[in-house]
Write a protein that binds this ligand. Structure first.
Ligand code: IPM
Ligand code: MG
Length: 356
């Protein structure tokens, strides 16, 4: 069976890391006799430069007809003017929304060799294996935005709105995943202050009783969670939370793994189609220098194989090749300690390909 994958390299280090992901996908296709067609599209700042829009219609059409989307990163200083009407990030938010990708999976596992790369003490990292499921197409990111001026000066507002249906569908994804893992779900909210959080709390609690009573379920306030993630991260299995809390907490969880360059993500909707991207950004300071860590993108390709192509064996082959590459000491500078040798982005990608 054939699959089409839309490839959106984007800005900064996006093209460099995506190039390695593409190499890996080709290698997997050869090894498992998959018929993959990869087609490139524009998104972000480069799309603004070439077409005036961060998400041109041609890219939307490409993603809509594809089975999966592989994305690098968007944004950079060139487009950073906060007063600009058109911004690269709008392209990313729009493609998530247009494709209906409401569940963003951000797993955190720690390779034993990278324990020293984390700012946390090694004993705190023992047994860490968690997954954050972030709601991705609602909440304060997508509510009405206003910016006005009255007699007292300027004011602005961002509306945070959630419907019961939006909560139910993402919690179902998170709870179903918990069932395949360690059987524990933690809802993270701010129900002591926010009405939206109180809705999350009651809807989630009811759903867990009705459909997932076999799982262990608890909730935690987001500020306490931020603290607990550093104090005892191994307590968590699956965390489910709203869009903005998930954005903030996953930058924090990436530090458990030692580098932003290690963490992949999958954004899923109702069907098998998904968008896969590293959780790191476009890192303009190191773009074009061959320094970027491609592991997060390559591990995102593994998630693509697992969730969109439903090919668990291929996904595991990629994950095993990444581990073997790490164990062989082939790493970029962000992971190197002391006088450890540093490899380029492309050399790391080649080392993974060799092991597939
Ligand atoms: C992320 C990023 C994006 C987000 C930005 C680039 C809009 O931080 O994917 O976590 O906030 O969702
Ligand atoms: Mg973020």
């Amino acid at each position: 069976m054939g699959f089409t994958i839309a490839v959106l390299p984007g800005d900064g280090i996006g093209p460099e890391v995506v190039a390695e992901g593409v190499k890996v996908l080709h290698a997997v296709a050869r090894r498992f006799a998959l018929d993959l067609t990869l087609e490139e599209g524009l998104i972000g700042g480069i799309a603004i430069d070439q077409t005036g829009e961060p998400l041109p219609p041609a890219t939307v059409a490409l993603c809509q007809s594809a089975d999966a989307v592989l994305l690098g990163a968007v944004g950079g200083p060139k487009w950073d003017d906060p007063t600009a009407k058109v911004r690269p990030e709008q392209g990313l938010l729009a493609i998530r929304k247009t494709l209906g990708l409401f569940a963003n999976l951000r797993p955190v596992t720690i390779h034993p060799l990278l324990v020293d790369a984390s700012p946390l003490r090694p004993e705190r990292l023992e047994g860490v294996d968690l997954l954050v499921v972030r709601e991705l197409t609602g909440g304060i990111y997508f509510g009405e935005k206003r910016r006005e001026r009255d007699a007292a000066g300027e004011w602005a507002s961002d509306l945070c709105l959630y419907t019961e249906a939006e909560i139910v569908r993402v919690v179902r994804v998170a709870a179903s995943l918990a069932r395949t893992r360690h059987g524990k779900l933690t809802l993270v909210d701010k129900a002591n202050v926010l009405e939206t959080s109180r809705l999350w709390r009651s809807v989630t609690t009811r759903l867990m009783q009705e459909e997932f009573s076999d799982l262990s379920y608890d909730w935690m306030l987001v500020d306490a969670c931020a603290m607990h993630l550093l104090r005892k991260p191994s307590d968590f299995d699956v965390i489910v939370t709203e869009n903005m809390f998930g954005d903030i907490l996953t930058d924090e969880t990436s530090m458990l793994a030692g580098s932003m360059g290690m963490l992949p993500s999958a954004s899923l909707g109702e069907g098998h189609k998904g968008l896969y991207e590293p959780i790191h950004g476009s890192a303009p300071d190191i773009a074009g220098q061959g320094k970027a860590n491609p592991f997060a993108t390559i591990l995102s390709c593994a998630m693509l194989l697992r969730h969109s192509l439903q090919h668990e064996a291929a996904a595991r082959a990629v994950e095993a090749a990444v581990s073997a590459t790490l164990e062989a000491g082939c790493i970029t500078g962000d992971l190197a300690r002391g006088d450890q040798a540093v490899a380029t982005t492309a050399a790391v990608g080649d080392a993974v390909v060799m092991r597939i």
